[in-house]
Design a protein around this ligand. Structure first.
Ligand code: UD1
Ligand code: CA
Length: 466
């Protein structure tokens, strides 16, 4: 039944998308508006905007109410930063009068369009293919309302679909109002609908407040339209997980799991080995190239990009980090870092923002690097802190070397030129420069620049007493 369609092939004139995002999200128990909660590294509203844009409607309306200013600003920023360029219209719902109340506020927007796709801001897993198929089905069947439904093993919390013997939809019954027999129905309302707007607008005026909060339920519009002779049908999704709505943090975690699995599937299908997908966490936008192997315990966040034939993990956390081809990273944390090709990092390394490593560099265990460059073929193999430092090529930094970049007031730079050799347990008190090919004796505390090619020793002479 489900039709597949390529993005952009659906020219749907007179179509708008209306997103409902004004609800209080009470069950989230949060001071953050529900649609701004992150999943897959993006606010939930991102997924809805992406979906709405993909349908190429003539307009997108977004009903905001609870914390409206925050939701509107973040939604605009998200649309801008992802180049979602369909026109957005924000509609204010002044009081939380229910999903029907939200659509009623949107009438001045809706009346400009013949057909409206209404979706909830809290169903981020809906796919373009399904929504496109819903609109197509609605048109082909010449319905006045078509709603997207799914059969769930556990329908708890969703509106149940009551069908006529011929299969048309008679009404939607919310769980709070369902009889035991109705509650046993496992076909549920996804909260996504396709309406002929004129009939919807007529019905909205007649929806009576109901339920414990005296809300106007959008779902009641369906029976009103049917009572006026309109045809109300359902289009059932073949992938029930798509309709998952986020009302609680438990459902948010379920959405996170599905988004993660989708991201992992995408990587695996493009030639990445994921050794244990159930213990690997990848954000929506992460890119990894062919023949890279991801071991368990890896978390890839934000705009992370990994090249070809890398070995990542076990246990690494990379955020907004770029890794070139043929790198190996074990038990590594890197945030806003660039690791260039054929470099190895870890185990137990912490690379901080602004760091550039490689190519062919080696960062070893218990090493922290902050805002520094570690040049071609250079090594910081053991137990070091390197901060605000520029290390050129073929430098060896001995175990336990520390750059003393902070004097209590300002941060200062260390420069280590090519082929320098820093002995073990050296303190480099910045600002300081170590010259090309210079050597520093183990245990030295270097406070003055070291010229090219010399050996510097700055430590107390040993005395053996008896
Ligand atoms: C709703 C449906 C239910 C469906 C489920 C799917 C109704 C009455 N029930 O229930 O049949 O199975 O979604 O996930 O619609 N909203 C506003 N303004 C308000 C109240 C809500 O804009 O005053 C928005 C919310 O932000 C949300 C949507 O409407 O995006 C649905 O509201 P919610 O409270 O989440 O309804 P559910 O109980 O999930
Ligand atoms: Ca909901």
């Amino acid at each position: 039944m489900k039709r597949m369609a390529k993005k952009g092939t659906g020219k749907l004139e007179g179509l708008c998308v209306l997103v409902l995002a004004a609800g209080e999200g009470t069950r989230m128990e949060s001071s953050l508006p529900k649609v701004l909660h992150p999943a897959g590294g993006k606010p939930l509203v991102y997924y809805i905007l992406r979906l709405a844009n993909a349908l190429k409607p003539s307009g997108i309306g977004i009903v905001v109410g609870h914390q409206a200013d925050d939701v509107q600003k973040q939604t605009q920023d998200t649309a801008r930063s992802h180049a979602f360029n369909r026109p957005l219209t924000f509609i204010r719902q002044k009081s939380p009068t229910g999903s029907g109340g939200a659509v009623l506020e949107a009438v001045p927007f809706l009346k400009k369009f013949q057909t409206a796709v209404v979706i909830c801001g809290d169903t981020p897993l809906l796919t373009y293919e399904t929504l496109y198929a819903l609109v197509n089905y609605h048109r082909e069947q010449k319905c006045q309302v078509t709603l997207l439904t799914a059969k769930l093993a556990n329908p708890r919390g969703y509106g149940r679909i009551i069908r006529s013997p011929l299969g048309d939809v008679v009404k939607i019954v919310e769980e709070s109002e369902a009889s035991p027999k109705e509650a046993a129905i496992n076909e549920v309302n996804s909260g996504a609908y396709c309406f002929e707007t004129q009939l919807l607008m007529d019905a909205l005026k007649e929806i009576k407040p109901t339920g414990p909060k005296r809300e106007q339920y959008l779902t009641h519009a369906l029976e009103l339209i049917r009572s006026k002779g309109g045809r109300v049908t359902a289009f059932m999704s073949s992938t029930p997980e798509e309709v998952l709505g986020v009302n609680s943090r438990i459902q948010l975690s379920q959405v996170e799991r599905v988004l993660n699995r989708r991201a992992l599937d995408r990587l695996m299908l493009s030639g990445v080995t994921v050794v244990d997908p159930s213990h690997t966490y990848v954000d929506t936008d992460v890119e990894v190239e062919r023949d890279t192997i991801i071991q368990p315990g890896v978390v890839l966040k934000g705009k992370t990009k990994i090249g070809r034939e890398c070995k990542i993990g076990p246990y690494s956390y990379l955020e907004d980090t770029q890794v070139g081809n043929n790198c190996e990273l074990r038990f590594t944390q890197a945030v806003a870092v660039r690791i260039l090709e054929k470099s190895t990092v870890g185990p137990f390394a912490n690379l901080r923002a602004g760091t550039v490593v490689g190519p062919r560099a080696k960062i070893g265990n218990f090493t922290e690097i902050k805002a520094s460059r570690i040049g071609f073929g250079s090594k910081v193999p053991h137990l070091s802190y390197i901060g605000d430092t520029d290390i050129a090529e073929d430098v060896n930094v001995g175990a336990g070397t520390i750059t003393c970049n902070f004097n209590g007031e300002t941060k200062n730079k260390t420069v280590i030129r090519a082929k320098a050799f820093i002995g073990s347990n050296v303190n480099l008190v910045a600002p300081v420069t170590v010259g090309r090919g210079a050597k520093i004796g183990a245990g030295s505390t270097i406070t003055e620049d070291v010229p090219d090619g010399v050996l510097a020793i700055a430590r107390a002479r040993q005395v053996n007493k008896s």
